[in-house]
Write a protein that binds this ligand. Structure first.
Ligand SMILES: O=C1OCCC/C1=C\Nc1ccccc1
Length: 475
């Protein structure tokens, strides 16, 4: 392991944590902390992404003497010449544990949906010599806020789409493809795009964010977690010039004679493109693909609620629309619309409602979402926090907590925690070690450098499935 690499766990903590080993009470041997969402935008969270963090950073011998020496010199400079670095403590981990971290992590299985204000995972040191180790890893482990929040938001959008499909579509069949990740470019890095997309792929199978596919393959045993189709972008239309827009569209149909193909159609005038190019000039070409493909028209501007209905209405003037068993209008199977502009949890319902009130089924549309899915969120969206709730000092256990006079919402839980499902199915956190281990939903996922559970994306998808789908499937 390259001692200078950022892979060095000694560089994965906030600087102040380098000094914390000197700040616990004398005689402290055991620090036990937990992670929760205290609340926020969604009232329940879909837990996902801890396994990636564990496998990426914490499995096996993650620290050695070289790294310690390198870090010692680094921190001496970083702290202005003061010697605050815990060389002895880290050497102990190398000497006694061969660089395997003496920690235990108990977590709710990935994909489980838990109401906020509940413990989601706990961390504790397994070697009394290194109690400071528990909270060293707060920094890294709390980054689970991101995949968890993306997964939660994506799942909430699945619930909205499913609701409208139940009301206006023949079935829920196309649901897994209804929200497509367009967010790669709007993410802060290739790594974060991959993490966020993986979180989205817990709920859907449509994505253009290739980094997420690689992450799912490497960390969640899923060889191909998502799918896409041939699609135009503005450059592959505008390079034909305005006079050549029809030729550009024709090229798309000829290059991809079968299967789904998406063509962005708002380069100049989407109303003209739909009525005069797709509806007239290329009308026969569109029909010729009827039994072997589907043209997906992509508007990419205008008010989403309005433009979607306008495009559908214009198409109904040129192509045969039917009415499904729910009484809603459906384009012929070789025509669909994809709306990838302005899509978020806040807007998707309004678009589907506008379609419904104009008599259009949700079957007609697929959504693309980018920045809103992968980027328009932060650790506060679900108020994610990591707090110590239990400690042992000179052999005496202590339940600890914070209860700020200036913010009751930041009060933390006390003692050892367990997550229990009551008879009525509700989930609660039992505090102060009063829970019963056999009922605890938290399971050991990591101990002393070894991963104890290796969840596959498939099982996580099943665990995260929304109720509407499971109830329909059960019938
Ligand atoms: O139109 C489409 O149909 C479905 C396949 C993807 C697709 C567009 N992708 C995309 C990616 C990143 C930014 C914008 C669009």
């Amino acid at each position: 392991m390259d001692p200078n690499a950022v892979e060095n766990v000694l560089y994965l903590a906030d600087s102040y944590k380098v000094t914390h080993h000197e700040q616990y009470p004398e005689g402290t041997t055991h620090v036990y902390s937990y992670f929760e969402s205290r609340g926020g935008k969604f009232s329940e969270v879909c837990f996902f992404g801890l396994q990636y963090i564990l496998k990426r950073w914490l499995i096996g011998p993650v620290v050695n003497k070289h790294m310690i020496q390198e870090a010692k010199n680094f921190f001496a400079v970083h702290f202005g010449g003061q010697d605050v670095f815990n060389e002895k403590g880290w050497n102990h981990i190398v000497e006694k544990h061969n660089g395997y971290l003496p920690l235990r992590i108990m977590a709710v299985p990935e994909g489980t949906c838990v109401p906020v204000k509940n413990v989601l995972f706990t961390v504790e040191n397994t070697d009394p010599e290194v109690p400071w180790l528990t909270n060293w890893f707060e920094t890294l482990l709390v980054q689970v806020w991101y995949p968890m929040t993306v997964c939660t938001s994506s799942r909430a959008q699945k619930g909205v789409i499913a609701k409208y499909m139940m009301e206006t579509a023949e079935s829920l069949d196309g649901l897994p493809f209804k929200l497509h990740d367009f967010g790669y470019r709007g993410a802060t890095s290739v790594e974060s795009a991959g993490i966020g997309d993986a979180a989205h792929l817990v709920n859907f199978v449509g994505t253009d964010t290739i980094a997420g596919l690689q992450l799912c393959r490497k960390y969640y045993q899923c060889p191909m977690a998502g799918f896409s189709i041939p699609a135009a972008e503005h450059s592959t239309i505008t390079t034909w010039q305005k006079s050549g827009e029809a030729a550009a569209f024709r090229n798309m149909l000829e290059r991809y004679p079968t299967g789904l193909v998406s063509v962005v159609s708002d380069s100049y005038d989407v109303h003209n493109a739909v009525s005069n190019i797709w509806g007239e000039q290329l009308h026969q070409l569109v029909l010729d693909r009827a039994d072997k493909g589907c043209l997906v028209i992509r508007p990419d501007s205008g008010e989403p609620e309005k433009i979607v209905v306008e495009v559908l209405e214009l198409l109904s003037e040129k192509f045969p629309v039917t009415t499904n068993s729910k009484g809603y209008r459906v384009l012929p199977p070789y025509l669909r619309v994809i709306q990838g502009d302005g899509i978020s949890y806040e807007t998707i319902g309004g678009i589907l409602e506008a379609m419904k009130s104009s008599g259009w089924s949700a079957e007609n549309i697929v959504f693309g979402t980018g920045g809103a899915l992968l980027q328009k969120l932060d650790r506060d969206t679900q108020q994610c926090a990591f707090k110590c709730s239990y400690v042992v000092v000179n052999g005496q256990p202590r339940n600890v907590f914070k209860s700020p006079a200036t913010d009751a919402a930041k009060r933390s839980k006390k003692g050892r925690l367990s997550l229990e499902r009551r008879e009525d199915g509700s989930i609660v956190t039992v505090q102060e070690g009063l829970g019963s281990p056999e009922k605890d939903m938290l399971v050991p996922v990591y101990e002393n450098g070894r991963l104890l559970r290796d969840y596959t994306l498939d099982e996580i998808r099943q665990r995260a499935e929304i109720d509407i789908v499971t109830s329909v499937k059960r019938k």
